[in-house]
Design a protein around this ligand. Structure first.
Ligand code: ADP
Length: 286
């Protein structure tokens, strides 16, 4: 799993720190750019009515890598995550400025249809939300609406393959016709991950995917995130710094709508450059 051990985080918590909180930097500290970006956000502002929730964020999301968004509650992590597949379009008061591109193409361009976009940039939510359908139909839903299988056998293959990759096949192969809602919480979340990967997305957005799960189910999902990162680009919002350290290669720290610092996960947790990042990871606030 991740290279950073929990003990390293614990060690830094024990070090004496200055309590002073300096101003949020006008420019993000660390390198916001990467060599092989799958998504790029440039000067993104997000408003809910008059309230600014994201303030001038520029960030590249590297392909086939896990990036974590961390920061105190209300700092804009979920808002920014939802911008990446236009989930905020459903909120009337929400207005977005700046540019977000997937493989160089502006996802907010007028001609872009959000349905295929959300297949390319899938989402897994905080609370597992299987459809009130069978396990099979939950996974087959996306491939059916996107016309990915012309024959039943093809659809069966996609369903099996997605459940295998989500680490759920062995547990459900004999009861594919049973309701998805009948599974345990951890299994339901893996079913939702299977549903997301069934349409072969390029990017998977995860909004605190383990916060409703017990530690064993959480460990299973974290393992899965690690496995899936060889194939998919993953962006995860988490309130658990240990989780960010375990699953991600890159970490972005948000505060009051600003992207304060971004860097390699190990660097963020052991040698943060900005004092606010330092204060947050050492438990001074948040
Ligand atoms: P985080 O994920 O870091 O907890 P959010 O992105 O949920 O933060 O919220 C950022 C800010 O935007 C908060 O002040 C929150 O109250 C506000 N906000 C989030 N969603 C909405 C909404 N649908 N309408 C109005 N304000 C919102």
């Amino acid at each position: 799993m991740g290279s950073l051990m929990d003990t390293q985080i614990m060690n830094i918590v024990d070090q004496p720190q200055s309590l002073e909180i300096s101003n949020i930097p006008s420019e993000t500290v660390g390198d916001v750019h990467v060599d092989h970006p799958r998504m790029t956000a440039r000067n993104v502002n997000v408003f809910y009515g008059d309230k600014c929730a994201i303030d001038d964020v520029t960030l590249d999301i590297a392909e086939k890598q896990v990036i974590s968004f961390i920061g105190p509650s209300g700092c804009g992590k979920s808002t920014f995550l939802r911008c990446l597949n236009r989930m905020n379009d459903t909120i009337d008061t929400c207005r977005i400025e700046g540019t977000i591109a997937l493989d160089g193409q502006d996802i907010y361009a007028p001609h872009v249809d959000v349905v295929p976009l959300r297949a390319r940039v899938g989402m897994v939510f905080q609370k597992p939300n299987p459809f009130p359908k069978s396990i099979y139909d939950n996974v087959a839903y996306g491939p059916r609406i996107h016309g990915l299988a012309s024959r039943r056998a093809e659809l069966d293959d996609i369903v099996e393959n997605s459940l295998v990759r989500a680490g759920l096949w062995d547990e459900v192969k004999d009861r594919l016709g049973q309701p998805g809602t009948g599974l345990s919480g951890g299994q339901q979340q893996r079913l939702c991950i299977a549903r997301a990967i069934a349409v072969s997305p390029e990017v998977i957005l995860m909004d605190e995917p383990c916060s409703a799960l017990d530690p064993i189910a959480t460990a299973r999902i974290e393992e899965l995130i690690h496995e899936l990162s060889t194939e998919f680009t993953i962006v995860i919002v988490t309130h658990s710094m240990q989780q960010a350290a375990r699953v991600s290669q890159r970490t972005a720290y948000f505060h009051l709508g600003k992207l304060v610092e971004v860097g390699e996960t190990e660097q963020i947790f052991t040698k943060p450059q900005h004092e606010m990042t330092h204060n947050y990871i050492t438990g001074r606030f948040g």
